[in-house]
Each structure stands twice: as structure tokens, then as C-alpha cells.
Ligand binder design. Structure first.
Ligand SMILES: *Cc1c(COP(=O)(O)O)cnc(C)c1O
Length: 379
């Protein structure tokens, strides 16, 4: 398949738009109606019926018991890590192949990332690499996991479901249980994805989704923490709403809380978006299957495997090497088709360059080979 053939195919699917985005939002439902309703009610801020309604809807969709809507995914991850017990000077195991927010949330929770490699096929945290890190470097003391190299507590594991492709979350969960490591899923990209017929976001102690403008559904900006633990959910709501004790008029707060709740006006937009989610998922699946048919050999179009169901948030093409990847990136972007490589691996960035990491063989190979191609819904 030549780059020119690919370019023509993409242009045709996206009806020859001048600029073809990687992932643009689609507002085809009751967005304006709900926004007007929200403005007319004057409840535009962090309390309101759309926030409650969105939280109910997202628990239903993900099969979790509780949801707490927050200002964005990064804030949600930071709070989730803190609620599960991450404190200053702790360590959190994660993947370097991720959007920077994953590592930043660990940093803002006061901890340091430890980078374990990803699996080549899933692009998510590798249970094998996780286990070999723990077997070599960790020990259990009083039922808590410590890093023998640094003496620090390994307070959480934060795997990510890359571009909506589920990682081997059940195996990761098993390992974490054996090593007494709490598990938080960075499910920012994976709303609607499933692993072994279970929705992503329901495997960890807590999980976080993002509703940034480029995600599968958007609140403009927003995120949500989901969990099956009532106590964690209560704490999440309290700590993200300035830790205010409910009272008709007095202002009393019992700890230093965040102002991290999602405003009702964003939730209004999101409620309208959620009503279209099944349609978006279907439309994205159709595009992925069209791509899969078109790319019958090289470059390889990545499709769901084994027991995973992918939401096809961002479609992935796999090239043979860095130079093929680069020429594709240059040619498509020159033609107004937005394509992009995987994020710069976190340990190559100045803030995280000193963090512990293993070989990162798969992450590096994936960085050199994978390109995201236009994935917006198209009706
Ligand atoms: C988008 C994203 C986030 C953060 O979400 P924001 O809402 O933009 O703060 C976190 N992790 C991953 C992997 C993401 O893609």
C-alpha cells in the first residue's frame, strides 16, 4: 500500500474535507437543548441535576456502582491515587507509553513513577514485565509492598488502555492482589472498551475516564472517577468539593479539599453526548472495519484480538520501521490529513528522565512504528 493510496482512501471517506482531524467532537443530539436548559435554570456551576444524571448514566454504562464527576481526567487520576493511599515519597508503577497526564497525576499525588514496559500487542502495561520487576525488586512488609532498591512504598499500579485497546487488566489485577498493590485504571481513552466481556473501568479499585475535547464523548473538559467501593466514592466526592460539610448556610470544611467537581454546564453537554455514545461506538467500529478491509497487508491496521473489545477511539497503523513511519507522517500532514505518532515516551522528558525503568523494548518499538490515523465519527 503506497502512502498516496492511503491518502486517497482517507480523503474519500472524510468527504474531501480541507483539514481532516484525528478526532473531532460530533454534536448531533440534544447538546443545545440541555445547555439552554442549564443556563435557564441558573445552575451552571458544580451542583446541579445534569451532574447527578451524568453520574447515574456512567455507572450504568460501565457497570460500576459509583461515579464522581470531576473537572478533567488528570485531576481525577490524582485524586484516585490519593484516595487509594498514595502519599508523598511513594512510588507508583505505570507505563512510559502514555499521554503525559498519567505520569503527571502520579507527580501531583506526591509520588514518583516507575516505568514497566508494555506488551507489544496491547500497547498497555505488560503483566510479565510487572511481575519480573516485582520479583526482582520488591518485598512485602506488613502486607505492604516496598521497593528494595529505594526503600520506598509501592503504593499503586496505574496501567493505561492505549487508544482504547484494553491491556491484560485481569492478569495485572491478579498480580497486584498478590503483592498488595492497589490498582487504578487510567481508562481515559477506553470508554466503551471491554475485556473478557467486562467493561473497562470496572477492574481496578478505581478508574478514571476523560471527557476532553478529543475523547470519544466530550464535556468540553471533564473527567469521572468510578469505583465499586462506597467509602472511596464518598471520599472522592468530599475531597473534590472543598471538603465542605453539608449545612444550609454555614461554611465548615474538615480537611484541605480540592475544587475539582465538574460544573453542571459541562455535565449538560456530556449528558447529550452520552445519549449518542452507542451510535458513536457503532460508527467507529464501521470505520475500523473499513480500514481493516483496505489495509489487507502492510502497513498493518490494528484490530481487536483475543477477548478484547476495542472502542476504536484512535485507529492505529503499524509500519515496519521509523523511516516508513516518518515519511507517512510527513506526507499525510502535508496533505491536510492529521496523523501522529505515539507520545514521546515519558522517561525521555526532562521531568521524568531519572525515573526507574526496565528495557522499554516494546514501548520503544511501538513508538517507532505506530501512527494514529483519522478516527472521527462521520454521519
Ligand atoms: C486524555 C488523557 C488523560 C487526561 O485527561 P484530561 O481530561 O485531558 O485531563 C489521562 N490519561 C490519558 C491516557 C489520556 O489520554
Amino acid at each position: 500500500m503506497t502512502n498516496q493510496e492511503i491518502i486517497s482512501f482517507i480523503k474519500e471517506h472524510f468527504q474531501n474535507q480541507d483539514k481532516i482531524a484525528l478526532h473531532q467532537p460530533h454534536f448531533g443530539g440534544k447538546e443545545k437543548e440541555y445547555l439552554n436548559e442549564c443556563i435557564d435554570s441558573t445552575y451552571v456551576s458544580s451542583v446541579g441535576p445534569f451532574v447527578d444524571r451524568f453520574e447515574r448514566e456512567i455507572t450504568k454504562f460501565t457497570g460500576t456502582a459509583y461515579a464522581v464527576a470531576v473537572v478533567n481526567g488528570t485531576a481525577g487520576l490524582q485524586v484516585a491515587l490519593q484516595l487509594i493511599g498514595v502519599q508523598n515519597n511513594d512510588e507508583v508503577i505505570t507505563q512510559a507509553l502514555s499521554f503525559i497526564a498519567t505520569s503527571n497525576s502520579i507527580h501531583f499525588a506526591g509520588a514518583t513513577p516507575i516505568y514497566v514496559d508494555v506488551d507489544y500487542d496491547t500497547m498497555g502495561l505488560s503483566p510479565k514485565s510487572l511481575l519480573s520487576f516485582l520479583n526482582e525488586n520488591a518485598e512485602l512488609r506488613n502486607n505492604q509492598c516496598f521497593n528494595k532498591l529505594t526503600g520506598k512504598k509501592i503504593a499503586a499500579c496505574l496501567p493505561m488502555h492505549t487508544f482504547g485497546f484494553p491491556c491484560r487488566i485481569d492478569e495485572i489485577s491478579e498480580i497486584c492482589k498478590k503483592w498488595s498493590i492497589p490498582l487504578v485504571e487510567d481508562a481515559a481513552e477506553a470508554l466503551g472498551s471491554e475485556y473478557k466481556q467486562q467493561k473497562i473501568g470496572s477492574f481496578g479499585d478505581l478508574a478514571v475516564f476523560s471527557f476532553n475535547g478529543n475523547k470519544i464523548v466530550t464535556a468540553g473538559g471533564g473527567g469521572v472517577i468510578v469505583t465499586n467501593d462506597e467509602n472511596l466514592a464518598k471520599r472522592a466526592k468530599h475531597i473534590t468539593t472543598t471538603a465542605k460539610i453539608p449545612h444550609p448556610y454555614e461554611f465548615v470544611h474538615d480537611e484541605s479539599g480540592y475544587n475539582f467537581r465538574m460544573p453542571n454546564i459541562n455535565a449538560a453537554l456530556l449528558c447529550a453526548q452520552l445519549e449518542q455514545l452507542e451510535g458513536f461506538l457503532k460508527n467507529k467500529r464501521e470505520l475500523a472495519s473499513k480500514y481493516a478491509t483496505f489495509f489487507n497487508e502492510k502497513p498493518i491496521f490494528r484490530v481487536e484480538k483475543d477477548q478484547s473489545k476495542v472502542n476504536y477511539w484512535l485507529n492505529c497503523l503499524e509500519f515496519e520501521n521509523l523511516s516508513e513511519r516518518d515519511s507517512f507522517l510527513v506526507e499525510t500532514n502535508k496533505e491536510g490529513i492529521m496523523t501522529r505518532p505515539i507520545w514521546t515516551l515519558s522517561f525521555l522528558l526532562p521531568m521524568y528522565k531519572d525515573c526507574w525503568r526496565d528495557s522499554q523494548e516494546n514501548a520503544t518499538k511501538l513508538y517507532e512504528r505506530i501512527v494514529n490515523i483519522p478516527s472521527s465519527v462521520q454521519f
